[in-house]
Design a protein. Structure first.
Lengths: 390, 204, 215
């Protein structure tokens, strides 16, 4: 793969099929799916053109949840942006916190104590577990299994949210990490509780897998549907489980080794075909690896402080400069780009949202499939609109 | 009207007496069908409320309908942006009477943490009549359950006759609200003055 | 990975007309960036992508930055003869740095797992000369992000296949992420105003009737 071919987006003009004499057969049907649609996972809209039931053109329309996160971030202090990052990808507030804290630490050159690093890893992996679990619930719902898989997924999610709540005070919007550490320490009781949740999780995954992994409907609806070729995935900046399902071994936990990920023994699951089923399987296997990381982290967590005593939260003014920090979120590469001009507010505050960029190839994956498959393909991308539109 | 004392006396003897209004409102209050209408973060808590642990079904409000034509409660769960507001109003107009609105979370009430944004509507009450508001960012599922109970209380106490009768029994009141249009910088009009007037504040 | 100086030298060898500067970065992580001229921007990006030693096949992040006109004050000490005595006098020079829009690309390599190389392109000014070459033909991943920069900052990407507004509605006028954008005034009801919001909210307070002057 020396010279990568440029892969242009599909042409915008579509015409109905012609018969032998050159007259069009039937008409194209243009429908607008969303922003209020039960299967678009939020206020997402797709302008779809159908030839019969086949998708011939699909343009995503964004902005229905554009709540000016970046503009607000430029008008408030560094610390005040932390609770806003919770609301980016509202399933994974802990990873968002970590990405932002990591970027600011890189900008100001702050160190993080050992115990805080372990707590961050535990929180991030718990977040990954609950995000992937819920995603699979939604995704099976898109295939028509209304209700029941979601009930299972949310039952397990509540257990993890209880852990988050007991340590941070909030179920979803944890606002837990700070520049140079985490806000409050966890106690031994919490760690024991987490160990129980983690050790029971593989049992749940076994149960969930029995129902879904070899389910005939899941296989029929997902195998060889929405195939994403490897070259296109790299060229279109796809990250996260979608990229790895396409066969690229690129996980920032291994590549950047941010935090203390180099200490843990885990593997990166990689798919072969790049279809929906591979994306499902990569996520299931990633959860198994997360459980491994959690077991190691909960075993090895040292005692000590959780905040760098040198870091100061109020009146925080980093020196002028710019930085780009990124972590492997459950949905892909979550990056923050900050430009400091020496004032208490960032001059430029930019979020690199994984699910927004992952939607680039939605059209390429859907073309030629049925409209009902487009719903499942969208479900397999794993989007959260708070992050797509910011 | 039947005397309260006689009513309870009869009940002890196994005879249940009620008025048509009570019966009608009792039926309405216990079968509120919400619209599946998630806008942002609060929608996840709304889903959690209908899932395993919190089980909204106990209150007769678990039948989330994807179509506004079949729903009678709109839970505005999340930030309403200016790009989304016309569609929210249009969905509300499509719902059949009697219909109710719950503004769930700080964003739906007032714009919440995002109210300084150039694309954020400062509260859905600028365009729609809100029956119950739930504070919180996001409110817990218990708060949503409480809001539904509050709404049920409100429905139970509605008079079916007289000037305060609900909209669907009053032919003179129109249940449709004007849909704002996209303008150059803001929605046009930026608020519906028939629904919302800024409260007059005096500051000393 | 090579240093930025080596990369710069190799680009200049391959593309003699290219003008490249290295932008310093004082923060501890110190990711410096390559400032390239708009005319050669596309070719330089193509070189970075296809070069066998760099293979920057992954365009992670595309950011717009607005730099409005800025008054720079420079203090210089000049020797002057005042009343026959030579004195050192401080002289203040004021220059106006013309504003521009900047687009920043963060490039990584998935094949070789290194990076980032930060690429910056600047427009001529903020008003009418806001054209830059689009890098979407090289990296599909830039497609939506460049549309977003166009929507929020007003940079026009030549060669972009589908340059439309992405987050705001089509009828919207103006570029809201620019630093001089004035948001619509809807501060008529502010129960707890403070700071800037208080200034805005005060415009909506009812005018207090003036006390009548007793004669």
């Amino acid at each position: 793969m020396s010279a990568i071919a440029a892969i242009p987006p599909k042409s915008y003009e579509v015409k109905p099929k012609l018969d032998e004499s050159g007259t069009p057969i039937g008409e194209l049907l243009e429908i607008s799916m969303g922003p209020h649609h039960p299967s678009t996972h939020g206020v997402f809209r797709m302008d779809v053109v159908l030839d019969g039931e086949t998708v011939v053109k699909l343009k995503p329309v964004f902005g229905y949840l554009h709540r000016n996160h970046e503009k607000i971030g430029e008008n408030i202090s560094y610390l005040a942006s932390m609770p806003y990052t919770d609301r980016l990808d509202y399933f994974c507030s802990m990873t968002n916190n970590w990405a932002y804290a990591l970027t600011v630490e890189k900008l100001a050159g702050l160190a993080v104590p050992e115990r805080a690093e372990y707590i961050r890893v535990i929180m991030a992996e718990l977040t990954r577990l609950q995000n992937h679990t819920c995603l699979i619930g939604f995704f099976v719902q898109d295939m028509g299994a209304l209700g029941t898989p979601m009930m299972y997924a949310f039952r397990e999610r509540e257990k993890i949210l209880d852990l988050f709540e007991s340590v941070s005070g909030a179920r979803m919007m944890c606002n837990y990490m700070r520049f140079g550490g985490v806000r409050v320490d966890v106690n031994d009781e919490w760690i024991a509780q987490t160990k129980t949740v983690v050790s029971n999780y593989s049992k749940f995954l076994d149960e969930f897998g029995t129902f879904l992994t070899e389910n005939e409907i899941v296989l029929a609806r997902s195998q060889f549907v929405g195939v994403l070729p490897k070259e296109l995935a790299i060229n279109a900046s796809i990250t996260g489980p979608m990229l790895r399902a396409a066969g690229v071994n690129y996980d920032l936990r291994k590549v950047d080794k941010y935090g203390i990920y180099s200490r843990f023994n885990f593997q990166v699951p990689v798919g072969e075909h790049g279809d929906i089923y591979d994306r499902y399987m990569v996520r299931v296997l990633e959860m198994r690896e997360s459980i491994k990381i959690l077991e190691q982290a909960l075993r090895d967590i040292p005692a000590g402080p959780v905040m760098d005593p040198k870091s100061k939260l109020r009146g925080f003014r980093p020196k002028p400069g710019e930085v780009y920090g990124r972590v492997e979120g459950p949905k892909g590469e979550l990056g923050f780009y900050l430009i400091s001009d020496g004032s208490p507010n960032p001059y430029r505050y930019r979020v690199r949202p994984p699910s927004f960029v992952n939607l680039t190839i939605l059209e390429d994956m859907c073309l030629g499939h049925r409209i009902s498959d487009a719903v499942v393909i969208l479900g397999s991308v794993d989007i959260v609109l708070g992050e797509v539109d910011r | 009207m039947i005397d309260e004392g006689l009513k309870s006396e009869l009940q002890k003897q196994g005879v249940y007496v009620t008025s048509l209004q009570e019966l009608y409102n009792w039926g309405r209050a216990n079968s509120v069908w919400p619209l599946t209408f998630g806008l942002a973060c609060c929608a996840i808590e709304m889903m959690a409320a209908s899932m395993s642990r919190f089980d909204l079904a106990r209150f007769g409000a678990e039948v989330f309908r994807p179509s506004p034509r079949q729903a009678d409660l709109m839970i505005v769960a999340g930030t309403v942006t200016k790009k989304m507001a016309p569609l929210v109003v249009r969905l509300y107009n499509q719902m059949p009477e009697p219909k109710y609105v719950i503004a769930m979370g700080a964003c739906a009430i007032s714009g919440g943490p995002f109210k300084q944004g150039y694309n954020v509507l400062k509260g859905i009450d600028r365009y729609l009549p809100v029956d119950v508001a739930i504070p919180g960012c996001p409110p817990r599922p218990e708060a949503l359950i409480h809001a539904i109970m509050t709404l049920q209380e409100k429905i139970r106490n509605q008079d079916l006759t007289g000037p305060n009768r609900p909209r669907h029994l009053n032919a003179e009141v129109d249940g449709e609200y004007p849909v704002p249009a996209y303008g150059e910088h803001d929605l046009e009009p930026p608020k519906n003055p028939e629904v919302w007037q800024p409260p007059i504040m005096t500051r000393k | 990975m090579e240093t930025l100086e080596q990369i710069k030298a190799r680009i200049e060898a391959a593309l003699p007309s290219a003008k490249i500067d290295i932008v310093a970065n004082e923060c501890p992580a110190g990711e410096r960036s390559l400032l390239v001229d708009a005319a050669n921007g596309f070719l330089i990006a193509k070189f970075l992508r296809d070069d066998a030693q760099l293979k920057l096949d992954y365009c992670s992040n595309v950011t717009g930055v607005d730099w409005p006109d800025k008054e720079l004050t420079e203090k210089t000490r000049v020797k002057q003869v005042v009343d026959g005595v030579e004195k050192e006098v401080e002289e203040v020079n004021k220059t106006i740095r013309p504003g521009y829009l900047e687009v920043v690309y963060h490039l990584y390599s998935m094949a070789l797992k290194h990076g980032p190389v930060v690429l910056r392109l600047r427009t001529e000014n903020r008003a009418d000369q806001t054209h830059l070459p689009s890098l979407t033909p090289l990296w599909r991943g830039a497609e939506f992000q460049e549309r977003e920069v166009y929507d929020l900052y007003g940079v026009i990407f030549d060669g972009h296949p589908d340059l439309r507004r992405i987050l705001m509605w089509d009828e919207f006028v103006g570029f809201p992420m620019r630093r001089d954008y004035i948001a619509p005034d809807d501060f008529e009801y502010e129960p707890t105003p403070h700071d800037e919001v208080l200034v805005e909210a005060k415009k909506h307070y009812p005018v207090e009737p003036k006390a009548e002057v007793k004669v």
